[in-house]
Design a protein around this ligand. Structure first.
Ligand SMILES: [Zn+2]
Length: 120
């Protein structure tokens, strides 16, 4: 897998460049600076609150918008069963950014950020 932005090579299993926060691709596009890949990734949600991240994820899925979840260290965050650690960014293609931002701003208005859980 390669980063289309910085051309770094990654082992299988990586999906996002740790440096550029962009989707890795199986093959590098032709190096033509005039031809930018038509897919740009935009961060539309950024939170350290697992509850809000979960809501945002659900909203994007319901809207049929594909997204990436990127952890604070740049590694792809895995939703299935793994707890979020630290800040997570949700990223979508630029074409969907406006729609996603609108959907997620609704969340921000209706869902107050949760307080940290009190100690048990
Ligand atoms: Zn890169």
């Amino acid at each position: 897998m390669f980063c289309p932005q910085c051309s770094s090579e990654y082992r299988e299993g990586f999906t996002v460049c740790a440096d550029c926060q962009v989707d890795l691709v199986a093959t590098l596009p032709p190096t033509d600076s005039d031809k930018r890949p038509n897919m740009e990734i935009v961060t539309v949600f950024d939170s350290t609150n697992p509850a809000l991240i979960g809501i945002a994820r659900t909203v994007l899925e319901a809207a049929g918008i594909e997204f990436l979840a990127v952890g604070a260290d740049g590694a792809g965050a895995v939703f299935s069963g793994n707890p979020f650690l630290g800040r997570v960014r949700l990223q979508v293609e630029k074409d969907h950014a406006e729609e996603a931002t609108a959907l997620l701003s609704d969340i921000a208005e209706t869902e107050e950020p949760l307080e940290d859980e009190p100690p048990h």
